[in-house]
Design a protein around this ligand. Structure first.
Ligand code: SF4
Ligand code: SF4
Ligand code: SF4
Length: 450
């Protein structure tokens, strides 16, 4: 039986969204800030957290309470899950979502990520993986949510990301030109993944020279929000999109930040442009609230629900259909593997004989490199070697990748970066083990990290 610690939380305040200024330090108007904070009364100044911070955002000397620089923090929560004294707290939308669940007009949708279904069992005394997908859906339904699996949207992310990569290969490797390739002319290789908001914010703040390389594909959650409020609202749920309240349920604290970014209101923009909502409708975000796996467990507890005891049966629903490629997003190397399967198929015209490109899984190494030979349909089977890298836990490794790229810009075609060690399965919103140290502690030798 796993033991997990309770993490202290606090609700967002008016100040959390900032003031009216267009920019405030590294945040834009409307972006949530201060998502992770150190409680000065509980911090003993042990300095453990600084080893896990990817951006050196934590300040303080040994023995004195530490503090987080809001401008440097990318909200990944790695300090929180690794603080041995439970001194780090997380902004939480639990109270706000509970209010929405009590509102009869609101159509509240749970949008759970793959890594949540693996971990949430631990909050109820089970082992990771004990909870089946059907039980999780049934628990959300019992709590008053409608279900929309993030994996459905992850498949869209894979198609976007894979197609964009193929266009970059056509333009930058094969030298093709054409109207459909104009966009990628401004976005050179290597192609970087974009689905980890902590990594994106890290690049924006500390490595802006990499911005043109980052994929334009939205993360699965941000693909899902607009899809829910446009297509699903009209054709599946038959609801007024203004009544849909999208709650993403994630292993990730950085997604709390991502959901607040001003550009993620594309459903509103589309609906307004197409006169599907009144022109004077106030702007709304694609994702209205983000719950971590711990927050979702708290909602279940408040409603007296133990997901592990619910029936493991359920009818298949339109919004919960997905492929196996979507499921592996939660593990390091998973995004790369999923996108490469699509790219391989389109470039070569054939399915991979073995779709498990496990050599890119970055579970036990900080940086994984691999070369994937791809026969090109357009060049009568001529083989190109696609060189890829998976950065597993950006804490220390992103600087190394940037150095390698500076030394040789042609070193890679495709780079996946996930902030958390092992990927989202070890995200900052996951259940915290009682010892307060991550099972992938960067200071431990690799054989001890499992
Ligand atoms: S790990 Fe926790 S107790 Fe130690 S310095 Fe960081 S916040 Fe304070
Ligand atoms: S949340 Fe992440 S970036 Fe922010 S202080 Fe903690 S470890 Fe550093
Ligand atoms: S690796 Fe996953 S859990 Fe960690 S910050 Fe990125 S998206 Fe969030």
């Amino acid at each position: 039986m796993s033991e997990v610690s309770k993490v202290r939380t606090f609700p967002p305040s008016k100040e959390s969204w900032g003031g009216d200024a267009a920019f405030d330090g590294t945040h834009r108007k409307g972006e949530l800030r201060g998502i992770i904070k150190i409680n000065q009364d509980n911090c003993v100044g042990c300095d453990t957290c600084t080893a896990f911070c990817p951006t050196e955002a934590i300040k303080g000397t040994l023995g004195v309470a530490h503090a987080i620089s809001t401008n440097q923090c990318v909200a990944c929560g790695q300090c929180l899950v690794n603080c041995p004294f439970g001194a780090i707290e997380q902004m939480s939308f639990v109270d706000i979502v509970m209010e929405k669940l009590a509102d009869p007009k609101a159509f509240v949708v749970a949008h759970p990520s793959p890594a949540v279904r693996v971990s949430i069992a631990e909050e109820f005394g089970g082992k990771p993986g004990d909870l089946t997908v059907n039980r999780l859906y049934n628990a959300f339904e019992k709590a008053g949510f409608h279900n929309y699996d993030v994996n459905f949207a992850a498949d869209q992310t894979i198609l976007e990301e894979g197609t964009e990569f193929i266009k970059k290969v056509r333009y930058w490797v094969l030298g093709e030109r054409g109207e459909d390739l104009e966009h990628v002319a401004h976005h050179p290789l290597p192609h970087f993944t974009s689905c980890c908001p902590a990594w994106v914010k890290n690049a924006e703040t500390f490595h802006p020279e990499l911005i043109p390389h980052i994929s334009g594909a939205k993360s699965p959650i941000q693909m899902g929000g607009p899809l829910a409020k446009t297509w699903a609202a009209e054709f599946v749920w038959k609801k007024d999109p203004r009544d849909i309240y999208m709650v993403s349920v994630t292993p990730c604290t950085a997604k709390i930040f991502e959901a607040s970014r001003p550009e993620f209101n594309s459903a509103y923009e589309y609906l307004k442009e197409n006169n599907k909502i009144p022109q004077d409708t106030p702007s709304f975000q694609d994702i209205d609230a983000v719950l971590t796996a711990r927050d979702a467990a708290e909602i279940f507890r408040r409603k007296g629900i133990n997901p592990l005891t619910l029936p493991d049966e359920r009818e298949m629903e339109t919004m919960n259909v997905y492929t196996g490629a979507a499921t592996i997003f939660g593990a390091s190397g998973g995004v790369m593997e999923a996108a490469l399967r699509t790219a391989y198929f389109i470039l070569s015209g054939t399915e991979l004989s073995n779709p498990d490109i496990t050599l890119v899984r970055g579970y036990e190494q900080d940086i994984v490199e691999a070369t994937i030979p791809v026969p090109l349909k357009a060049l009568n089977g001529k083989v190109i070697n696609v060189k890829v890298a998976v950065v597993n836990g950006a804490s220390r490794n992103i600087k190394e990748i940037v150095k390698r790229l500076t030394d040789d810009k042609n070193q890679y075609h495709f780079v996946e970066v996930m902030n958390c060690p092992g990927g989202c399965v070890n995200g900052g919103g996951q259940p915290v083990r009682t010892m307060g140290t991550s099972w992938l502690h960067p200071l431990l030798p690799l054989p001890l990290r499992a």
